[in-house]
Design a binder for this molecule. Structure first.
Ligand SMILES: *Cc1c(COP(=O)(O)O)cnc(C)c1O
Length: 427
């Protein structure tokens, strides 16, 4: 089921009050649900000492959410300076932060090294000599290329811009060791929104095989493997959920077999974003206009600035109309935002209860890669974010953008290079 029925049950009776107090649109997140999923992950992997989830900050980059994650003992997976800064605002430092950047700028390494540093997950051989000071603990991202065909969303690893090749990896650990690294980890992320748990089992097997062969030849005991994120969630009511129990059982068996052969066990790390947060957020928007042309359009007060996934991936997000049952009076509509861009649609030709102007519309599973992907095209502003606390209270955890936020980068001290100072000889 999309959106936990638990969350739906607690939200629906208070939704009208929340909407009239805070106004629409808004994303609202469910603290109790976030904690329940976090506890499920922890319990599933409790047999593996040192298991750690590094929550993928890009999925839901709000410090109030990150605090909830940190209280559960989670670290943070970051790939930019702003994400590092957000993570550090929660007090996280050192091994609690994994910096998995791609096409990294030297300035990013400098910031990553500050304030107690973090775990660097290097994405290329060429970056080893660009890290200003090699930390003691270093991780590399592995791209298995044709050894592994990816799923449809992430594509073929041969075409993927991430990670080092099979042949580059041993050289990378040797070079990092020459530069002073003493502790090592190996990372890969080869699936996205994958509900077949076998993908993650195979990722763990692949990484354990790699650290076994690389480690044996060099007498390295790897500190961890990181199987990345990519655990899928059921966006559609017909989707089967990922089998977390089977996932952890099979991964634990792989680790025990590794220990028998090698006399030690690396730790298991993962970086789930969607699995942790996706089902625990919804976008609440109000119906503004009904338009009957060749099709019926229900225009709502949110648009792609709040949720890009349907527009850019054609992704399915379940939609309900609180207080109206799916089995009642229904019709086929497109649910649309206000952009001058025809893919600004939350649903296309979807059978929904008949929606009238003023109805609240609930777009499910926006807790991950929802708000964070939003953009300002057409000058449309990003919405507020609310948190439904475990005690039943509701708090605004991000205000909506304002016109002055939109204007903020447009007015500043003038800076102009005069035409007669420009050297045109180079061309
Ligand atoms: C995006 C990303 C994640 C999170 O992916 P989910 O699908 O949200 O689990 C984790 N790690 C890395 C390196 C990523 O790029």
């Amino acid at each position: 089921m999309p959106m936990s029925t638990d969350f739906e049950g607690r939200l629906t009776p208070i939704l009208a009050d929340i909407a009239s107090h805070f106004g629409t649109p808004f994303h609202i997140y469910d603290e109790a649900g976030l904690k329940a999923t976090g506890e499920q992950l922890i319990t599933a992997f409790s047999g593996l000492a040192g298991f750690k989830e590094y929550f993928a900050v890009k999925a839901l980059p709000n410090p109030r959410i990150l605090e909830i994650m940190r209280k559960m003992g989670f670290g943070f997976d970051c790939s930019s300076i702003p994400e590092l800064a957000l993570s550090r605002k929660t007090g996280a430092t050192g091994d609690e932060i994994m910096f998995s950047s791609n096409n990294t700028h030297a300035g990013e390494f400098a910031v990553a090294a500050r304030n107690g540093g973090c775990i660097l997950n290097l994405d290329d051989l060429s970056l080893i000599d660009k890290v200003p000071r090699m930390p003691e603990l270093i991780c590399f991202r592995y791209n298995p290329g044709e050894r592994r065909t990816g799923n449809a969303i992430i594509g073929n690893p041969v075409e993927s811009k991430y990670g080092l090749t099979h042949d580059q990896l041993p050289l990378a650990f040797d070079r990092a060791r020459e530069r002073g690294a003493r502790r090592f980890g190996l990372h890969a992320m080869v699936a996205s929104n994958e509900r077949n748990y076998q993908y993650m089992v195979e990722t763990a097997r692949m990484l354990l095989d790699m650290v076994e062969s690389i480690g044996r030849d060099r007498s390295i005991r790897f500190e961890f493997i990181n199987i990345g994120g990519g655990l899928g969630i059921p966006y559609h009511p017909d989707d089967a959920p990922l089998d977390l129990g089977a996932l952890s059982t099979e991964i634990k068996a792989l680790f025990r077999a590794f220990e028998e052969r090698n006399g030690y066990m690396p730790r298991l790390y993962m970086e789930s974003g969607r699995y942790m947060a996706g089902p625990h957020g919804v976008l609440i928007t109000r119906a503004l206009n009904r338009k009957e042309i060749y099709r019926t359009y229900v225009g709502v007060d949110a648009c792609m600035s709040a949720l890009m996934r349907p527009g850019i991936y054609g992704a399915y997000h379940h939609i309900t109309v609180p207080g109206k049952q799916a089995g009642g009076d229904t019709e086929i509509v497109d649910v649309v935002g206000s952009l001058c861009e025809n893919n600004d649609k939350f649903a296309i030709q979807r059978e929904l209860p008949r929606i009238v102007d003023g109805d609240l519309v609930c777009i499910h599973d926006t807790g991950a890669h929802g708000y964070s992907m939003g953009f300002n095209y057409n000058g449309r502003l990003r919405p507020q974010e609310l948190l439904l606390h475990a005690d039943g209270s509701v708090e605004r955890i991000r205000r909506a953008e304002t016109l002055s936020d939109y204007m903020a980068t447009l007015f500043f001290p003038p800076d102009r290079l005069d035409a007669n100072k420009l050297n045109r000889s180079a061309t």
